[in-house]
Ligand binder design. Structure first.
Ligand code: FAD
Length: 435
């Protein structure tokens, strides 16, 4: 399957067969052996393969389409090394002090891990570690944001709470009551980053195959056989890094998360005055709304933003108009901006907004559920999965758990049709009531 052309990141990073490290990996042919087989060529799978190969493990990665075909190539490129829907103390309350704090550390350090890999492997991906900013969508959200900043500060992160004037100066817009900044965040061009991970994994010795959908995984002696259209891989252990795209390969895994379709849009490059006014420090911004509003500039000064459609019919056109209007209204732009790219992708959401490592079968592990906050965390998750794949007893910050398909998944997966309009209404009335 080809790269999706409507995605800015794929369109702006066309395959360049002669460029070093950019060549797309071959399709698998014939019978192969590996210690570990990884399914999925997104950030989770490639980080797993990279860390395994660097540790000297014989690893083969199989991607059904092109590298970064899934969420890893379709996101907003915002590096936010914190939780989408939880605070460190809530994580401790849920997982206990030991596991909870270890997960906090893993998430908290994931931004530095990502930008560190970019530097170490010289990945050319427009990486800017300028900070991740989260403003309050309404004044009622300010106390919780203050606590969030305090909790991360207490755990040694470089964060800053920003009062109304400070957030206005930082963002260039006056609609936010306050905010906080995580200095370890920023943004990247996600397709270039994911391809860079693939190149680094191959240089480290991983066998990476694209255009190779795994059709079946069956037990074979003490290990597993992964069957593909023109070949197979026999491996002692398997890592499923298929995220929300798990499909029919492992149905119980697909039923363990809620798939959420998110639209992303890129405007035409903005004029010089707007580029100077908005985000002069070039941070990435996502507010606290239940239906979050996000914005950042890419390398060409296009504004990147996104939204979730309640229902799929006509969503592309509707979301394009909605995102353009929101950017105009909230950022005080001189006119409604032209949208030049609009695309969608599917994120894997869990009921408590925390990621999971599942033990799908003996020796088969799955890392899933980054809840739309997975660029930095999927990178860290890959490192943990690599450790577990070589040592099942590895003491991981995320304890592998048995697969737990959600009850009435056929119904739960439709929840966004109700939840999204309700959240949008709630955000608007909170902002109106107190603005
Ligand atoms: C629209 C959108 C915007 C987002 N924005 C952000 C953001 O700004 N910041 C952030 O931190 N996070 C964001 N996220 C989340 C982030 O993109 C994901 O958490 C992350 O990319 C997940 O990576 P992954 O490798 O686990 O999965 P994916 O990138 O989805 O990769 C899964 C891969 O598995 C492959 N696959 C599936 N089945 C098979 C099979 N049978 N055989 C072979 N291959 C198979 C698929 O083709 C796919 O390439 C966003 C997500 C979406 C959808």
């Amino acid at each position: 399957m080809e790269a999706p052309n409507d995605v800015l990141w794929h369109a702006a990073a066309p395959e360049a067969p002669n460029a070093p490290n950019a060549e797309d990996p071959p399709a698998l042919e014939g019978a192969h052996e590996a210690e570990v087989a990884v399914v999925g060529g997104g950030i989770t799978g490639l980080s797993t393969a990279l860390h395994l190969a660097e540790a000297g493990t014989n690893v083969a990665l199989l991607e059904g389409a092109c590298i970064a075909w899934g969420a890893s190539g379709r996101n907003a490129g915002v590096v936010a090394p914190n939780f989408a829907g939880a605070d460190p103390e809530a994580v401790v309350a849920r997982l206990g002090p030991e596991r909870g704090e270890r997960l906090n550390t893993l998430v908290g350090e994931s931004g530095d891990l990502l930008f560190g890999l970019v530097r170490r492997h010289a990945i050319d991906c427009e990486a800017e570690q300028t900070g991740f900013v989260q403003p309050a969508h309404a004044p009622s959200a300010v106390p919780a944001l203050r606590r969030r900043a305090e909790q991360w500060h207490a755990r040694g992160k470089t964060v800053q709470f920003l009062e109304r004037d400070a957030i206005a100066e930082l963002t260039g817009v006056t609609c936010f009551a306050a905010g906080w900044m995580d200095a370890a965040g920023g943004h990247i061009q996600p397709v270039k980053y994911t391809r860079g991970l693939a190149a680094a994994a191959r240089r480290a010795g991983a066998a990476v195959f694209a255009q190779t959908p795994v059709e079946r995984i069956t037990q074979d002696g003490g290990g597993w056989r992964l069957s593909t259209p023109r070949g197979s891989v026999r491996a002692a252990r398997v890592v499923l890094a298929t995220n929300a795209y798990a499909g029919r390969l492992w149905p119980r895994l697909a039923r363990s998360i809620i798939p959420l379709v998110i639209h992303q849009a890129a405007t035409a490059p903005v004029d010089a005055a707007t580029a100077r006014r908005i985000l002069p420090g070039r941070q990435a911004v996502t507010d606290t709304g239940g239906h979050p509003f996000s914005f950042r500039f890419d390398g060409d000064n296009r504004l990147i933003s996104g939204a979730v459609a309640a229902w799929p019919w006509g969503a592309r056109e509707r979301m394009s108009r909605y995102i353009a209007r929101e950017l105009w209204r909230r950022l005080d732009l001189p006119a409604v901006p032209a949208i030049e790219f609009i695309w969608s992708g599917t994120a894997a959401i869990t009921t408590d907004f925390l990621p999971r490592i599942f033990r799908a079968a003996p020796g088969v592990y799955a890392g899933i559920g980054c809840n739309g906050r997975g660029l930095a965390f999927s990178t860290a998750l890959g490192r943990v999965l690599a450790d577990i794949a070589v040592d099942a007893g590895h003491d991981s910050p995320l304890t592998p758990q048995d697969l737990a398909p959600l009850t009435a998944h056929w119904l739960v997966r439709r929840a966004p049709a109700v939840v999204i309009p309700w959240r949008r209404l709630r955000d608007r009335s909170a902002a109106r009531r107190q603005g």
